[in-house]
Design a protein around this ligand. Structure first.
Ligand SMILES: *Cc1c(COP(=O)(O)O)cnc(C)c1O
Length: 456
């Protein structure tokens, strides 16, 4: 038996309304012709978007929310709870605590302190703010492939920031890290498990070995990649990095990236609940009617959508975080699609693929041309041509050193500044695996029309 989302929502809304049916009727906003007209205008305006939910959209990091998340969010909106304080949303606060505990359990943490946030950036801000409270003035270090907001967050917090170069696969160069740990005052290393550009995974297991010698805090930024801990398809080295997560001090993971949630759902987890002491505040407006923990007491943001917690909780009930479960299979499908696309690119005369297969579900490739400049121009025209045929890819300017060293013999491959515009695809929808042949045909057709018979 399958149900339509709007049917389920209408039924559940009546059930929710029953709980308040004893109240005298209060006026609500009536909707008339004007509202109908405006909603049609809204629908028309929203045509001005790429078709993010469709499998032929294989560009940026965008994944449609699960229908149950959408329905649960809409249902909660009729209450519009605020998870800042229990008085603003008791039920949704309880659901947030359970949903965050499910995230912590996925990383095998026996205890934790954590909450949802508006997104990964704010969650990372909290992680680095706590790091700064524990080690005032000490530097934050992250790889040059880490999310661009880490250096900006560090400057907001007044903490020195060090960018560690990445290796030819986009992972933090651990020789440079070790050297900087010897010579600089580094308090926290940000370890990215799944970089936003190419999905590379820093070697957390080896960084933990360095931690024994140098003593620093480890923050794992797994905003995009965190859920891959459930996937059985990872290479041994990628698996080793994910298996080390339980020993990190804090983790950021975004349910609005891979967790099938609408935007406005990031999260921060701390391994040591005692860091809650840094959040203490005594706002005179906050309505503390209960002695139980208010989420606003352990969060830097004040008002937050309780609906986000409700949507995440509902999705977790339907698709629990268990290895081998349907949710995990969806991640594996994307990873398998990425590996297959990389394999086909490797064999194609039109394209240049990096020598290592994708660690997660992001694939990037260059167009086969004599120079990085010519390759970049062709990438742009293939991108445009593919979009005309409804295949939506992304473009990314990446260092030429990410390609085999003899690719462009006249271009120094050790110069981090020399970049080539690549095509890039985040295959994060489970359906991408089934659609791979369609994607590939359209990509080849676009390349055929732009590259013609150019050979090197
Ligand atoms: C997306 C992302 C962020 C930022 O998260 P937002 O939810 O966009 O604020 C931070 N780090 C990584 C690794 C990301 O992929």
């Amino acid at each position: 038996m399958t149900y339509d989302i709007f049917h389920l929502l209408t039924e559940a809304q009546s059930r929710l309304d029953e709980g308040f049916a004893h109240l005298p009727p209060a006026p609500t906003h009536a909707l008339g012709e004007a509202a109908s007209d405006i909603l049609h205008q809204v629908a028309d305006r929203l045509h001005d978007n790429y078709p993010y939910a469709h499998p032929l959209y294989a560009g940026q990091m965008l994944k449609p929310p699960h229908p149950i998340a959408r329905a649960a969010y809409a249902l909660a909106m009729s209450v519009n709870p605020n998870n800042h304080a229990l008085d603003g949303g008791r039920a949704s606060s309880a659901m947030e605590i359970e949903a965050v505990a499910a995230l912590a359990k996925m990383f095998h943490w026996p205890q934790h302190l954590g909450h949802l946030s508006s997104g990964g950036t704010f969650a990372n801000l909290e992680a680095l703010w706590v790091a700064g409270q524990l080690a005032p003035g000490k530097a934050i270090a992250a790889s040059d492939q880490a999310h661009y907001t880490h250096s900006r967050i560090s400057s907001v917090l007044g903490l020195p920031f060090l960018a560690i170069p990445s290796d030819d696969r986009g992972r933090m160069d651990l020789h440079v890290l070790e050297h900087l740990l010897e010579t600089q005052n580094i308090g926290t290393v940000v370890v990215t498990l799944g970089t936003t550009a190419i999905g590379s995974v820093d070697s957390l297991d080896q960084i933990l070995t360095l931690q024994k010698k140098f003593h620093f805090r480890i923050h794992v930024d797994a905003a995009y990649g965190g859920y891959f801990t459930l996937a059985s398809s990872l290479s041994p080295e990628t698996r080793a990095a994910f298996d080390a997560i339980p020993q990190a001090d804090s983790i950021v993971i975004d349910p609005h990236k891979h967790g099938l949630q609408p935007y406005g759902c990031g999260s921060i987890l701390f391994r040591d609940p005692a860091v809650g002491r840094f959040y203490k505040h005594d706002s005179p407006y906050t309505y503390f009617s209960s002695k139980d923990l208010h989420l606003g007491e352990i969060s830097l943001e004040c008002s937050r959508a309780g609906a986000s917690a409700v949507a995440l909780w509902a999705t977790q009930q339907l698709l629990p975080y268990i290895p081998g479960g349907i949710f995990a299979q969806g991640l594996e499908a994307g990873h398998t699609a990425a590996l297959e696309l990389h394999r086909r690119l490797t064999e194609s005369p039109h394209f240049l693929a990096p020598s290592s297969p994708p660690q997660l579900d992001i694939v990037f490739w260059a167009v086969n041309a004599p120079t990085p400049e010519a390759s970049s121009a062709l990438a742009q025209s293939i991108f445009d041509e593919a979009a005309k045929n409804d295949l939506h890819l992304a473009l990314a300017k990446l260092p030429v050193r990410f390609f085999p060293h003899n690719t462009w013999p006249d271009t120094p491959s050790n110069d981090a500044e020399i970049k080539v515009t690549c095509l890039r695809s985040v295959l994060m929808k489970p359906e991408h695996l089934l659609w791979l042949d369609h994607l590939w045909q359209r990509l080849q057709a676009a390349a055929d029309s732009q590259v013609g018979s150019i050979t090197r």
